[in-house]
Design a protein around this ligand. Structure first.
Ligand code: ADP
Ligand code: ADP
Length: 230
C-alpha cells in the first residue's frame, strides 16, 4: 500500500502560498516527520492528506487511486487522523471515545457491537493503556489522552496514520512514550506521517523527514541530507 502526493499546492483565501508543488511518497511501515516552524503550514498539509481540506492543485493517491474520487468514508478507513489532543465537553469514557473511531465502518445506521468493542480493547492494548478503558476521558492525564487519541485512529485499522504534533503538550517522559509508540506502530505495518517543530524527535523515530520552508517548498529525504547545513 502506497500513499503518493503529487504537485500538491495550497493557499487560504488572502493568505500567502502555504505549500507549493509538494511531492513525496510513503509506503506502509515507513515514518515521515514533517518539520517546520510554527505557522509553516504543517497542519494544513496534514489536513489535505487526510482529505479534511481540499488543495487547489495536485493529487493524492492511495495505491494509485485518487483520494478525491474515492468516497470520503473509504478514505477515512484507509487514513486515520490524530488531531492535537483536546478535552471534549461530554464525559465520554475511554471506551466510548475510542469506539467513535469505528464510525467510518459503522455509518449512521449501525451502533457499535461486540466486534467493535473487541477492536477497542485491541487498540488500547496496542498503545499500552487497556487499564484505562472505563475511565472518563476528562479525568486522564495529558499523556494518556494522547495515547487514547491514537487508539481512536488505529481502531479502524487504517493503512496510514496522520499525527498532528503528537508531543505538543506533553512533558519529556510522555514525549518519549509517544515516540516509542509511533515506532512500534510503524513496526506493526502502519505508515506514519507526523508533524513536529522539534527536529530532535527524528532521533527517536528515524525514517524520512520533510522540511516545509516559508516559501512553501517541501524538502524531503533522509535526515542527514535534509537537516545538514550546506
Ligand atoms: P503549522 O501547523 O505549521 O503551525 P498551519 O498549517 O496551522 O501551520 O498554518 C499555516 C499558515 O496558514 C499560518 O500562517 C496560519 O496563520 C495560516 N492559516 C491557518 N488557517 C487559516 C485560515 N483558515 N485562513 C487563513 N490563514 C490560515
Ligand atoms: P500530565 O502531566 O500528563 O498533564 P495530569 O496532571 O493531567 O498529568 O494528570 C496526572 C494524574 O491525575 C493522571 O494519572 C490522571 O489520571 C489524574 N487526573 C487528571 N485529571 C483528573 C481529573 N479531572 N480528575 C481525576 N483525576 C485526574
Amino acid at each position: 500500500m502506497k500513499l503518493e502526493v503529487n504537485n500538491l499546492s495550497f493557499k487560504y483565501l488572502n493568505s500567502r502560498v502555504i505549500f507549493d508543488q509538494v511531492n513525496f511518497e510513503l509506503e506502509k511501515g515507513q515514518i515521515l516527520s514533517v518539520l517546520g516552524p510554527n505557522g509553516a503550514g504543517k497542519s494544513t498539509l496534514l489536513n489535505c492528506i487526510g482529505n479534511l481540506m481540499t488543495p487547489q492543485k495536485g493529487k493524492i493517491r492511495l495505491n494509485g487511486e485518487a483520494v478525491d474520487k474515492m468516497p470520503p468514508k473509504k478514505v477515512a478507513q484507509r487514513i486515520g487522523y490524530v488531531p492535537q489532543i483536546h478535552i471534549p465537553t461530554y464525559e465520554y469514557t475511554v471506551r466510548e471515545f475510542v469506539v467513535m473511531g469505528r464510525t467510518p465502518y459503522l455509518g449512521k445506521m449501525r451502533s457499535p457491537g461486540d466486534a467493535d468493542y473487541e477492536q477497542v480493547e485491541r487498540a488500547l492494548d496496542m498503545v499500552g493503556i487497556k487499564h484505562l478503558i472505563e475511565k472518563p476521558y476528562t479525568q486522564i492525564s495529558g499523556g494518556e489522552r494522547q495515547l487514547v487519541t491514537i487508539a481512536r485512529a488505529i481502531v479502524q485499522e487504517p493503512d496510514f496514520i496522520l499525527l498532528d504534533e503528537p508531543t505538543a503538550h506533553l512533558d519529556f517522559g510522555n514525549q518519549i512514550k509517544t515516540m516509542r509508540l509511533v515506532k512500534k506502530l510503524a513496526e506493526n505495518g502502519f505508515g506514519i506521517i507526523m508533524t513536529t517543530h522539534n527536529p530532535d524527535q527524528v532521533f527517536y523515530t528515524g525514517g524520512f523527514v520533510a522540511l516545509l520552508d516559508r516559501q512553501g517548498k517541501l524538502h524531503c529525504g533522509v535526515p542527514e541530507d535534509i537537516l545538514t547545513e550546506p
